[in-house]
Structures are given as structure tokens and as C-alpha cells.
Design a protein around this ligand. Structure first.
Ligand SMILES: C[S@@+](CC[C@H](N)C(=O)[O-])C[C@H]1O[C@@H](n2cnc3c(N)ncnc32)[C@H](O)[C@@H]1O
Ligand code: SF4
Length: 345
């Protein structure tokens, strides 16, 4: 059994993805109510189930769940409190305790047999990564995000990457960031984008430790990965180190043709990694597909493959061409110019 959250509503599904929400109306209702009460869509954190909390908080959740006769009255009371909160904020401590009690309750309710998955509607993919607990990303004053090249390493040779266009045959500048320097970043920033411009983050020798540090510092992260060179066990450790990371897997075309741009990549293996990641990450991973001439007729097929494994499909229209006759440039229909023209109509 798992619970999906897609920014719009909560739903329960069985392992075969069958929607069981109608059988769990009450459970869904308390999810909504307590989410509203603590003012944070990310109320689920099953790591809290072993923490101690005063009985009164457990009583509150149980009462909300069990009250049959005065069900609506009771719920109205809580919701009123939630609205009230807009003027009189619940203290962070109380919110924390409600959150612990809520997670304990929901865990017991399903005998621990519940996975919470944040399945996202593609339009909301950024919001999830950026709407992590504790940080208000909409406030300009609180927004602290960074995109960082944590290493200089990458074994691929994508033709339009700066590694190839500017540094071919030369040493790519930079170094592996130290744990000490990365910790400073994690302590200051609240969103870290592991993408960079000239490297692949998974090739930092201590990347799993960096993910762990980001997690401990409550930083939301995105990971942009294209090589697929690590063993499956390594990926499982990386996903466990920061289970809410939003991973982008670069597969430019159907898996068997992705290497045409991603030189030295095994696209089929990368697809297997993407598929497995769905079972480990709490945020649905992204299949990032840059449109090139060789793959522009396979977009629909890839999109279906992505949705069949629970990944989000992200079509990228590039502007990085060597000139009008670039061999990788797709037809006009899939070009940036076509998008500009359509949008300006
Ligand atoms: C230099 S890469 C670093 C991250 C990682 N190595 C990767 O390729 O995903 C930075 C971003 O550029 C994207 N990228 C690579 N080639 C591109 C192209 N020709 N057009 C647009 N984006 C491209 C990558 O997919 C990634 O999102
Ligand atoms: S995988 Fe990323 S960093 Fe590596 S060559 Fe390709 S675009 Fe550049």
C-alpha cells in the first residue's frame, strides 16, 4: 500500500497502482486536516515514528480519526484552528509534536506497511523540490539556492557540452569540493542543485556523503545525472542518503539510441537505473530527454515508457547548436523557434 501526494490531493494506491482512495476516505481526510493544521504539505516523515511525544498529541489525532457522531463538528473545530493559525501561529514546537504524533498514528494504522510517495503532476515538479519543509521559497528574502559543480569529473563526451567544445584535449578546470566547504554550503543554502556546467555530480568520490550532509541540513536537492556508470548498490545508497532528492536522468532518445549524443553512455543501463529509482525515492524521478534529430520521432514512445514506470517525462528543447546546419539539430517543429512562434500567437 502506498500513499501518493501530488500537490493537489492525497490518494491511496495498492502496489499495482490501483486507486484505493474510495476505501480510505477517513484516512485521507485526516491527512488533509492535519496538513492544513500544521500548514505544511510535507506532513509525512516516517522517520519520526520512533520519537517520543506526549499522549495528548496522539489523542488529538485519534479523536479526529475516530469521532463518528461528532465527526464534522470535531473536524470543523480543527479546521477552524487551522484558519485561526493564520493569525495566531502554532509554535514550531507544537507543529513538530503534531507531526510526530500524526506519523506515529498513520504508521500504526497500516501496521507499518505504508510507503509515502510524492507523485507529482509534471507541472509541479519544481514546486516539490522547492517546497520542502521549513523554507519559504516564495519569499525573496529567504530564498537561498545554488547550482554547483562539485567536481571536474565526467567520463562522457557530449558533443555540445563545454567539456567538449571548450576543453577538448585540455584539463577541465576545478576540483572535488571538500567536505568542509560543502558543509558550509549546506549550512547556508536551502536548495542545492547538483548540476553544474562541466561535470557529473555522481563522479565526486564522496557524493553519497554530500547528499547525506544536505539531508541533515534540510536542504532540498536536485541531481542531474547522465553517465549511469555506478553499480546499482551505489545508487541505492545515494537514494537512501537523501530520499527526497529530485533526480534527473539524462536519456536522450529511446534507451538504445541515447548514446548518439551521450557519447560513452549505456542508455539501456541508465533506463534500468531510472526504473529502479522509482522504488527508492520519495519524489518521482525525471526522465530528461533532449530533442535531437535522431530522436525527435520517438518522443511519444519514450513518454509512454516513462509514465509506465512512474517517472516524469521532461522534454528539453535545446538552443546549443554549432550553427544552422548542426547535425544534431531537430526539425523546425521541435525547435526553440517553433515554441517562440507558437507562444507569441
Ligand atoms: C553540463 S551538464 C551537467 C550535469 C550532467 N552531467 C548532465 O549532463 O546531466 C548541465 C546540463 O546541461 C544539459 N545539457 C547537456 N547537453 C545539452 C544540450 N546540447 N542542450 C541543452 N542542455 C544540455 C544536461 O542535461 C544538464 O542538465
Ligand atoms: S554528461 Fe554532462 S558534464 Fe558530462 S559531457 Fe555530458 S553534458 Fe557534459
Amino acid at each position: 500500500m502506498f500513499l501518493k501526494y501530488d500537490e493537489i490531493e492525497f490518494k491511496f494506491f495498492d502496489p499495482n497502482n490501483e486507486d484505493l482512495s474510495n476505501n480510505y476516505k477517513k484516512e485521507l481526510e485526516i491527512c488533509e486536516i492535519f496538513t492544513k493544521l500544521i500548514g505544511d504539505k510535507h506532513i509525512f516523515d516516517l522517520s519520526l515514528v520512533n520519537e517520543d511525544v506526549e499522549e495528548i498529541y496522539l489523542f488529538l489525532i485519534e479523536k479526529a480519526y475516530k469521532s463518528e457522531k461528532e465527526h464534522h463538528k470535531f473536524h470543523k473545530g480543527i479546521i477552524k484552528n487551522a484558519d485561526y493559525q493564520l493569525t495566531y501561529e502554532l509554535t514550531d514546537n507544537v507543529k513538530k509534536k503534531i507531526k510526530i504524533a500524526f506519523n506515529k498514528f498513520i504508521y500504526d494504522l497500516f501496521d507499518g506497511d505504508l510507503t509515502i510517495k510524492y507523485r507529482l503532476h509534471s507541472d509541479y515538479k519544481w514546486r516539490t523540490a522547492l517546497s520542502w519543509p521549513v523554507h519559504n521559497y516564495n519569499s525573496m528574502l529567504e530564498r537561498r539556492r545554488i547550482n554547483v559543480d562539485i567536481t571536474f569529473r565526467c567520463p562522457l563526451q557530449c558533443p555540445r557540452c563545454q567539456r567538449t567544445t571548450s576543453y577538448s584535449g585540455k584539463k577541465v578546470p576545478g576540483e572535488d569540493i571538500s567536505i568542509e566547504n560543502f558543509t558550509k554550503i549546506a549550512e547556508y543554502y536551502n536548495h542545492i542543485c547538483f548540476c553544474g556546467q562541466i561535470s557529473d555530480p555522481c563522479h565526486h568520490p564522496k557524493f553519497i556523503q554530500l547528499l547525506q550532509i544536505a539531508w541533515e541540513n534540510k536542504c532540498s536537492v536536485t541531481v542531474h545525472h547522465a553517465t549511469g556508470y555506478k553499480k546499482m548498490d551505489w545508487y541505492k545508497k545515494a537514494w537512501a542518503a537523501h530520499p527526497e532528492a529530485l533526480w534527473y536522468f539524462a536519456i536522450d532518445g529511446l534507451p538504445e539510441e541515447s548514446h548518439k549524443y551521450r557519447i560513452n553512455q549505456d542508455g539501456k543501463h541508465m533506463y534500468e537505473i531510472l526504473k529502479e529509482s522509482v522504488n527508492h525515492l520519495l519524489v518521482a524521478p525525471i526522465w530528461q530527454y533532449i530533442v535531437f534529430k535522431y530522436n525527435e520521432d520517438h518522443i511519444d514512445e519514450a513518454m509512454h515508457m516513462a509514465s509506465s514506470i512512474g517517472a516524469i517525462f521532461n522534454k528539453v528543447v535545446s538552443s546549443r547548436w554549432s550553427g544552422p546546419d548542426d547535425e544534431f539539430k531537430p526539425s523546425k517543429n521541435n525547435s526553440l523557434e517553433a515554441i517562440y512562434v507558437n507562444n507569441s500567437k
